[in-house]
Write a protein that binds this ligand. Structure first.
Ligand code: FES
Ligand code: FE2
Length: 348
């Protein structure tokens, strides 16, 4: 049983990415680098959000320096305008020339106060959520983030690395994990664990949630992971969404969800506090992974053998995904991934 060589993985998965928070997108456009491209997001007068290539087709000005004009974005340099589909709709100096120019437009979803973008002309699958859960019945916590020094595919692999739960998380595996693929783009692992550990956090977990936990992780394309640890008395919902920054750097965003209360009072008083508590526990659980990841991890297929079987099968599955299907992030083509500013520099 051999794990695939590193060159079998694309530079970035064809998938959904976190572009910004909704509140970051006010009346002004917002441009940023994502996967080596300059993109710009804007909200039109009617409220629609669009994300298109961020460089003007005229002289390459950054459209993020422009402004929204009705249902279009206007470049600040010579006032060319582009619609939400990326088509140029106005060239003031020569109106009949507008039809000759078009920028790429990308699928966008706004959900839970975040703006997500798909890195292809058409989404290969809808923006996923927790299995069998309705996004409208959940609220999101404040996100947290970290930049890890490893290839992007090492992040999703973490949950298929069955051995590390005992060593890094004080969770003892008590049965054989079940693995399936609920979608051609998703791989899921479910396993039961006993909560070990003497930290205050683990003692609180055993006392208030229970000492057995059923963990389900659903991985979409290697860059979106939904974790649902289910205890006898409660369940948590954590999402990681990653963005490759280069061959050995990956930006990981974490968002924790809690079910929305039915009453208005519950939504106002209880839900935000509930989300903070869950966020604390999930972030603390991930601390050992983050601590190792920030100091650097390498992908070494020669170091994997039989006892890493689930991990090897995950890498095989991931390397076989049709990542180049949309033609935007071709395998092994240097797409010049560019570093971005941290979205949440204030988070600890
Ligand atoms: S560079 Fe954008 S209109 Fe000229
Ligand atoms: Fe882990």
């Amino acid at each position: 049983m051999n794990a695939p060589d590193a060159d079998r993985f694309p530079e970035c998965p064809t998938s959904w990415y976190l572009y910004c928070r909704s509140r970051d997108l006010g009346r002004r456009p917002l441009s940023r680098n994502l996967l080596g491209r300059r993109l710009v997001a804007f909200r039109t007068a009617s409220g629609k959000i669009a994300i298109i290539d961020g460089r003007c087709a005229h002289l390459g000005a950054d459209l993020g320096a422009g402004c929204v004009h009705g249902e279009a974005i206007q470049c600040a340099f010579h006032h060319w305008e582009y619609g939400t589909d990326g088509r140029c709709v106005l060239v003031p100096a020569k109106p009949q020339a507008a039809a000759r120019f078009q920028l790429s437009a990308y699928p966008v979803v706004e959900r839970h106060g975040f703006v997500f973008v798909f890195n292809g002309p058409e989404a290969l699958f809808p923006l996923p959520f927790f299995p069998d859960a309705d996004p409208g019945e959940f609220i999101a916590s404040e996100p947290f983030d970290e930049v890890l020094l490893c290839p992007w595919w090492m992040v999703g692999a973490n949950v298929f690395d069955v051995q590390h739960f005992r060593a890094a998380h004080d969770r003892k595996l008590i049965d054989t994990p079940a693995v399936d693929c609920p979608s051609p783009y998703a791989r899921r692992i479910t396993a039961n664990f006993t909560v070990l550990g003497d930290t205050l956090r683990d003692r609180l977990v055993r006392r208030f949630a229970g000492e057995r936990v059923r963990m389900t992780f659903t991985d979409w394309c290697g860059n979106i992971i939904f974790a649902t640890p289910t205890f006898r008395r409660t369940a948590s919902y954590g999402m990681l969404i990653t963005e490759p920054l280069g061959p050995n750097r990956v930006h990981v965003h974490g968002i924790v969800f809690v079910p929305r209360s039915r009453s208005r009072m519950g939504q106002t008083l209880f839900d935000p506090m509930h989300a903070k508590v869950r966020r604390y526990f999930i972030k603390a659980f991930l601390h050992s992974d983050a601590r190792l990841g920030t100091k650097g991890l390498t992908y070494n297929p020669a170091g994997l053998f039989d006892c890493d079987g689930e991990l090897i099968r995950y890498f095989d599955w991931l390397a076989s995904l049709p990542s180049a299907a949309c033609g935007v992030t071709p395998r092994k083509k240097a797409c010049g991934l560019v570093d971005t500013n941290l979205l949440y520099p204030q988070s600890s």
